[in-house]
Design a protein around this ligand. Structure first.
Ligand code: NBG
Length: 800
C-alpha cells in the first residue's frame, strides 16, 4: 500500500477532529492511539473485504484454525509494518512531536492464552496472511485475558487482566453472523416421517454466540485474513428459560475468563462448556458459509479444512457429524468420510496431564447429543478394527474408556492427519505416547516443526538488528527469512561481529533501563544477559537454572576472586494459579535474587531479575537483549519450544538439552554454535525402563550438588523455609522427577564453557552471527507452507 505522509497526516487530523473535536496538541496518548488505530483500519478495510470476496469468488479452499488460545500481543506496529507504513508513520508523528512508542504502550497486550500453544496460533495467523493463504482463526473472545502477575513478598499474586476495559480498536462485532449454541437438556432419537432417526431435544438452554472479527494483515501483500473470536450472550428472552440462577450465571459468563492450564481442577464443567461453545459456533458459521456456495455437502472437504489445535477443539469432529447427519440428513458413513477428510489435529505435548479426558457424566450433562455421537463413533471404531488388531490394543485406543471420554483419541480417530511439533516430539508420539494409534493409522502421522512470525521477532522487536542486517545483506530477508543465510558471507568478518555486538549492547541498555524502572535493580549491559522466559513448569526446570545461580553465588563467596564474566540472570514466567510447586519456585528465585542483589561482597558479579507479568510485549523487549537462551527442559518433555527460535533469530546462544526443536537448532547451527548438555531422550527412557534413577545417591555422593541442594533447607536463602523444604523434598524425597540432579554437573560445565566462549569476542561474534543466519529455517512462513501442502491442501489466493 502506498500512502504518502501528507495523505496520512490529513486523514489522521480529520479523524481526530471528527471523533474528539480536538487538535493534535490537545490530544492525549489514548486519543492519539485510538485515532491511529482507526486510520490504520481504514487503510486495510477494503483489502479485508476484497480478500474475503476473492476467496468466495474463486471458491477457494480455506483452512479454519480452531484454537482455544490466541496470543497476538499488540497489533499496532505489526499492522503498520505489514501495510508498509511503519517508517512513514513514525516520521509523520515525530513531526508532531509524538513518539510512536508512547502510543504503542496504550494498546493492551491481547493475552488470550497461556503460552506456546496460543502464541504459535498467532504466529500462524500472521504467516498465513503473509504468504497469502486463505486461513482463518476461530477462538474465544475472553473478557479477561491471562491474569496479570504481581509479586508480593516474592510470591506470585494474580490480578484480573481487564483488557477490554479500553475498547479493542481492532475488532468488528458481527451481530448478523450470530448463532445459537445449545447446552444441556435431554435428547432422544425419534423416527421422522421419512424413516430417519432424528434427535428430539427436551429442555436445555441456548446461548447466543456473537462473533468478533479481527483483520489479520499480511506482510506487504494486500491480504487480510480473519481471526474470529466468539463471545457468549444471553438475551432477556432466553433468561426466562433458565431453570435456575446458577446455570444462568455460568452460561452468561461463559466467555469471561481464560482457563489457566496445568493442574487446575476447578471449573471443569465451565471449561468443557467453553470448548463446546466455540466449536459449535465456529462449525455452524462455517457450514452457513459453505451452504451459501451452493456446492454439494459431500464435497465439503474440497473447500474446507479444519484444524484442531491441541485437543480442546476436538469436539469439532462430533459437531460436524451432528450438523451433517442431524441437520443436513446425510448418511452416517458419508458424513464420516467427509468429516475425517476435513479435519486434522496437532498434538502439543506428551505430558499426560495435558491430554484431556472428560467424565462421561459431565459430557452428557453439557452436550448430550455430542456424547451420543461420540459413543457411536467409538462403537464403530471398535467394530471396524477389533477383527484386524489385538482386541486389547483396540480397547486401549477407544475413545470411551473407564467412564471417560479421551479427547486425543477422538481427535486421532476423527481426522486424517496427526502431527507433532518437532522431529523428536513426532517420533515420540509414534514410538511411545500414541504408539497404538500409529499401529492402526501409520499414514496419518507426520511432523511439522514449529516456526515463529519472524517479522515480529526481528523487525518489530529489534529494529536495530534489522537495519544492521539491511546494511550487510540487503532487505530481501525481511520478506523471505531464508535470506538471512546471506549473512554467512560475512561469517568471518570481525566488523560485522562488532556491529552485531553494538546492537546487542543497545538492546541490553534498553532492557537494563526497564529493569531499573520496574524493579529498581541496577544491571550492567556489559554483563552476560542469561535469560529463561516461558511458563513456569517443573519439566522446564527453572529450578535447575536457580541451582546453577546458587552454585555460582556460593563459589564466589568462597573465592571472591573467581574469574567469571559478570552475569545477569533474567526470568519471566507465570505459574498456573493452582500449581503449588511452580509458585514455590517463583518464591525461591525471588528470595535468591534479594539475597544476591544485595550482597555487596560479590562485587556485582551476579544479578538475578525476575520480571513480573511476562507476556508477548515483554518478550519483545527481553529477547533482543539476551546473550544466552536457556532451553533446559528434561530431554523428551518439551514438545518443541518456540522461544528458542526467537532467541536464535536475535543472536543469542542457546544453552540446550537435546529436547524439542533444540535438536533441530543444533542441526542447523552446528555443535560449535550451541551449548548442548544433559541426558538424551534415550537415556531418560532407559532410566524409566530400568526404574533405577536414584536422586538421593547423587545427592549423597556429589559434594557440589549436596551443598547446593542444602541451600534450600539450611537457611542460606532467607524467608523461604516452607518453600525450600518443598523443593528439597521434590529433589530428594520424591526422587527428582525431572532428573535435575543427574543433569546438573553437565549443565554447570556447559555454563563454564559458555563463559569462556563469551570472553573470546571473535568466537562469540561468530556463534551469534551463525545463529541469526540460520534462523530463517524456523520461520512460520515455512511451517505453514508445509501444513498447507501436506495437510490442508490449500493454495495462495488467486486475486481478482
Ligand atoms: C506447548 C509445548 C511447547 C510448544 C508449544 C507450541 C502446550 C500444551 N504445549 O513445547 O509445551 O512449543 O506447545 O507447539 O501449550
Amino acid at each position: 500500500m502506498k500512502v504518502t505522509k501528507k495523505e496520512f497526516k490529513e486523514k489522521f487530523e480529520k479523524r481526530l477532529q471528527d471523533r474528539f473535536a480536538i487538535s493534535i496538541e490537545d490530544a492525549s496518548s489514548t486519543e492519539l492511539y485510538e485515532t491511529l488505530g482507526k486510520v490504520i483500519k481504514s487503510y486495510y478495510s477494503s483489502d479485508w473485504k476484497h480478500t474475503r470476496q476473492d476467496y468466495l469468488n474463486h471458491e477457494q479452499k480455506q483452512v479454519y484454525y480452531f484454537s482455544i488460545e490466541f496470543l497476538p500481543g499488540r497489533m499496532l506496529k505489526s499492522n503498520l509494518l505489514n501495510l508498509g507504513m511503519l517508517e512513514m508513520v513514525q516520521e509523520a508523528l515525530v513531526e508532531w512531536n509524538i513518539d510512536l512508542e508512547d502510543l504503542v504502550q496504550e494498546e493492551p497486550d491481547m493475552a488470550l492464552g497461556n503460552g506456546g500453544l496460543g502464541r504459535l496460533a498467532s504466529c500462524f495467523m500472521d504467516s498465513l496472511a503473509s504468504i497469502g493463504m486463505p486461513g482463518n482463526g476461530n477462538g474465544i473472545r475472553y473478557e479477561y485475558g491471562l491474569f496479570k502477575q504481581k509479586f508480593v513478598d516474592g510470591y506470585q499474586v494474580e490480578l484480573p487482566d481487564e483488557w477490554l476495559n479500553q475498547r479493542n480498536i481492532w475488532e468488528v462485532r458481527r451481530e448478523s453472523k450470530a448463532v445459537d449454541v445449545h447446552f444441556g437438556g435431554n435428547v432422544y432419537l425419534k423416527e421422522s416421517p421419512t424413516g430417519q432417526l432424528k434427535p428430539v431435544y427436551e429442555g436445555g438452554y441456548s446461548i447466543k454466540a456473537i462473533p468478533y472479527d479481527t483483520g489479520m494483515t499480511g506482510y506487504e501483500n494486500d491480504t487480510v485474513n480473519t481471526m474470529r473470536l466468539w463471545s457468549a450472550e444471553v438475551t432477556e428472552e432466553d433468561k426466562i428459560n433458565f431453570q435456575n440462577f446458577e446455570d444462568r450465571k455460568e452460561l452468561e459468563n461463559l466467555t469471561s475468563v481464560l482457563y489457566p492450564d496445568d493442574s487446575n481442577e476447578a471449573g471443569l464443567r465451565f471449561r468443557l462448556s467453553q470448548e463446546y461453545f466455540f466449536v459449535s459456533a465456529g462449525m455452524q458459521s462455517i457450514l452457513h458459509y459453505y451452504k451459501s456456495l451452493g456446492l454439494p455437502m459431500t464435497e465439503m472437504n474440497k473447500f474446507i479444512a479444519i484444524h484442531i489445535n491441541d485437543t480442546h477443539p476436538a469436539m469439532c469432529v462430533p459437531e460436524l457429524m451432528r450438523l451433517l447427519v442431524d441437520e443436513e440428513g446425510m448418511a452416517w458413513e458419508k458424513a464420516w468420510d467427509v468429516t475425517t477428510k476435513v479435519m486434522s489435529y496437532t498434538n502439543h505435548t506428551i505430558m499426560s496431564e495435558a491430554l484431556e479426558k472428560w467424565k462421561i457424566s459431565l459430557m452428557k450433562e453439557v452436550c448430550p447429543r455430542i456424547y451420543q455421537i461420540i459413543k457411536e463413533i467409538d462403537r464403530r471404531f471398535v467394530e471396524e478394527w477389533s477383527h484386524v488388531f489385538d482386541p486389547e490394543l483396540i480397547e486401549r485406543t477407544r475413545i470411551i474408556r473407564n467412564k471417560q471420554v479421551h479427547m486425543a483419541h477422538l481427535a486421532i480417530i476423527g481426522t486424517h492427519s496427526i502431527n507433532g511439533v518437532a522431529k523428536l516430539h513426532s517420533d515420540l508420539l509414534k514410538s511411545v505416547v500414541l504408539k497404538d494409534f500409529y499401529t492402526i493409522y501409520p499414514d496419518r502421522f507426520n511432523n511439522k516443526t514449529n516456526g515463529i512470525a519472524q517479522r515480529r521477532w526481528s523487525q518489530i522487536s529489534n529494529p536495530l538488528l534489522s537495519s544492521t542486517l539491511d546494511k550487510y545483506i540487503g532487505k530481501s530477508w525481511r520478506k523471505n527469512a531464508d535470506d538471512l543465510k546471506l549473512l554467512l558471507n560475512h561469517a568471518d568478518d570481525k566488523k560485522v561481529y562488532a556491529d552485531l555486538a553494538k546492537v546487542k549492547k543497545e538492546n541490553k541498555k534498553r532492557l537494563a533501563q526497564y529493569i531499573k524502572e520496574t524493579k529498581g535493580i541496577e544491571v550492567s549491559p556489559d554483563a552476560i544477559f542469561d535469560v529463561q522466559v516461558k511458563r513456569l513448569h517443573a519439566y522446564k526446570r527453572q529450578l535447575m537454572n536457580l541451582m546453577h545461580i546458587i552454585k555460582l553465588y556460593l563459589d564466589i563467596k568462597e573465592n571472591p576472586d573467581l574469574d567469571i564474566t559478570p552475569r545477569v540472570f533474567i526470568f519471566g514466567a507465570k505459574a498456573a494459579p493452582s500449581y503449588h510447586f511452580a509458585k514455590s519456585v517463583i518464591k525461591l528465585i525471588n528470595e535468591t535474587a534479594n539475597l544476591i542483589n544485595n550482597d555487596a561482597s560479590i562485587n556485582g558479579k551476579l544479578k538475578v531479575v525476575f520480571l513480573e507479568n511476562y507476556n508477548v510485549s515483554l518478550a519483545e523487549l527481553i529477547i533482543p537483549a539476551a546473550d544466552v537462551s536457556e532451553q533446559i527442559s528434561l530431554a523428551s518433555k518439551e514438545a518443541s519450544g518456540t522461544s528458542n527460535m526467537k532467541f536464535m533469530l536475535n543472536g543469542a546462544v542457546t544453552m540446550a538439552t537435546l529436547d524439542g526443536a533444540n535438536i533441530e537448532i543444533r542441526d542447523v547451527v552446528g555443535d560449535d554454535n550451541i551449548k548442548i548438555f544433559g541426558l538424551t531422550e534415550a537415556e531418560v527412557y532407559r532410566y524409566y525402563n530400568e526404574q533405577n534413577y536414584n536422586s538421593a545417591d547423587i545427592y549423597n555422593n556429589n559434594p557440589v550438588i549436596h551443598r547446593v541442594v542444602n541451600a534450600f533447607i539450611d537457611g542460606t536463602i532467607p524467608n523461604s523455609r516452607m518453600e525450600g523444604q518443598e523443593i528439597y523434598d521434590s529433589l530428594i524425597k520424591y526422587n527428582d522427577e525431572f532428573f535435575i540432579l543427574r543433569d546438573f554437573m553437565s549443565y554447570c560445565e556447559a555454563q563454564e564453557s559458555l563463559d569462556a566462549d563469551y570472553k573470546d569476542k571473535a568466537r562469540w561474534g561468530k556463534m551469534s552471527l551463525t545463529n541469526i543466519a540460520h534462523a530463517g529455517h524456523f520461520s512460520a512462513d515455512n511451517t505453514v507452507r508445509k501444513y498447507a501442502e501436506d495437510i490442508w491442501q490449500i493454495e495462495p489466493v488467486r486475486k481478482g
